[in-house]
Design a protein around this ligand. Structure first.
Ligand code: NAD
Length: 260
C-alpha cells in the first residue's frame, strides 16, 4: 500500500484502546513512527507489539494526560527518539461520572474536565515548540455529545469537556496557522470501544432521564455503532498531506446519528 505518512513522527494519546489504538495502528501502517501514550503500559504494550509485528516502529510512554510534567516528558522522549514531531492525536478521554448535576461532586466534575479538556491543552501546548519550525497536524477527539447531540443524560461534565475541546481546537487552529500547524477536531458518534470501562453511572440518573424516541446508539447509515477502524481512517486523512487545506474545522463521523 502507498504510505501517506512516510518518515512522519506521531504522538497518540489513549493509544492502548479503542479509537487511539486503531489510529496508532493505521498511522504506523502508513509509515509513521508512533509514540503510544496511555495510563498504563499494559494495553499500549500490546499495540506496540502489533505495530512492530507489521514492520512498524513504536514506543510506549505511560502518562496521565492531565499531568503537565508527564505529558511534556512523553513529547520530549518522542523527539529524543526520532528527532522530530509531525502529528499529535489528542484522543485520550473518559466518560467519567454520569449522574444528575445536583448529585455530581465538584471532584467528579474536575476529573472529567481535567482528563478530557486539560489533557488536550497539555498535548497541544507541549507539542508546539517541536512543530513550529516545519508545521504539522494536530487532531483532537471531541464527540457529537459536545455540540450536536445532547441526549446523554447525566453527561453534563463530559459534554462540557467535549464542547471545550471544540472551542480550544478552533482557537489553536487560528493561533498556530502561522506555523503551518493544522488543528482539526473529530466528532464521533457511538463507536464500539472500551469507553464504558471509564464510565460510572449512578442510580440517581433515573431521576432525570426522559424517554427519547429512537433506540439508543442507532445510526441511520449502518444501524449500529461505528468501529474504531472507521475513525482511524479519518484520523489518517487529517494527519496526512491530503488534508493540507483543512484546519480549524470539525468532522462528524457518526453515520448521521446526531441528525435524529
Ligand atoms: P477507550 O476507553 O476504549 O480508550 C480510551 C483510552 O484512553 C484508554 O486506553 C484509557 O486508558 C486512556 N485514558 C483514559 N484516561 C487517560 C489519562 N488520564 N491519561 C492517559 N490515557 C488515558 O475509549 P474510546 O472510545 O476509544 O475513547 C477515545 C476518545 O473518543 C475519547 O476522547 C472519547 O471521549 C471519544 N469518543 C468516544 C466515543 C465512543 O462511542 N466510544 C464517541 C465519541 C467520542
Amino acid at each position: 500500500t502507498a504510505q501517506w505518512l512516510k518518515d512522519r513522527v506521531a504522538v497518540v494519546t489513549g493509544a492502548g484502546s479503542g479509537i487511539g489504538k486503531a489510529a496508532a495502528i493505521r498511522l504506523a501502517e502508513h509509515g509513521a513512527r508512533v509514540c503510544l501514550v496511555d495510563l498504563t503500559e499494559r494495553r499500549a504494550g500490546d499495540v506496540k507489539r502489533d505495530i512492530e509485528a507489521a514492520g512498524g516502529e513504536a514506543i510506549v510512554v505511560d502518562t496521565d494526560v492531565s499531568d503537565p510534567a508527564r505529558v511534556q516528558a512523553a513529547i520530549e522522549q518522542t523527539v529524543r527518539t526520532w528527532g522530530k514531531l509531525d502529528i499529535v492525536f489528542a484522543n485520550a478521554g473518559i466518560n467519567g461520572i454520569v449522574t444528575p448535576i445536583e448529585d455530581m461532586s465538584p471532584e467528579e466534575w474536575d476529573h472529567t474536565l481535567t482528563t478530557n479538556l486539560k489533557g488536550t491543552f497539555l498535548a497541544v501546548k507541549f507539542a508546539i515548540p517541536h512543530m513550529k519550525e516545519k508545521g504539522g497536524s494536530i487532531v483532537i477527539t471531541s464527540s457529537i455529545n459536545g455540540n450536536r447531540k445532547f441526549s446523554g443524560f447525566g453527561m453534563s461534565a463530559y459534554s462540557t469537556s467535549k464542547a471545550g475541546q471544540m472551542a480550544f481546537g478552533k482557537m489553536a487552529a487560528l493561533e498556530l496557522a502561522r506555523y503551518k500547524i493544522r488543528v482539526n477536531i473529530i466528532c464521533p458518534g457511538a463507536i464500539k470501544t472500551n469507553i464504558n470501562e471509564n464510565t460510572q453511572q449512578t442510580p440517581e440518573l433515573d431521576k432525570i432521564k426522559i424517554p427519547v424516541n429512537y433506540p439508543e446508539g442507532s445510526q441511520p447509515l449502518e444501524h449500529h455503532a461505528g468501529s474504531p477502524e472507521q475513525v482511524a481512517d479519518l484520523v489518517l486523512f487529517l494527519a496526512s498531506d491530503y488534508s493540507s487545506h483543512i484546519t480549524g474545522t470539525e468532522v462528524f463521523i457518526d453515520g448521521a446519528e446526531s441528525l435524529l
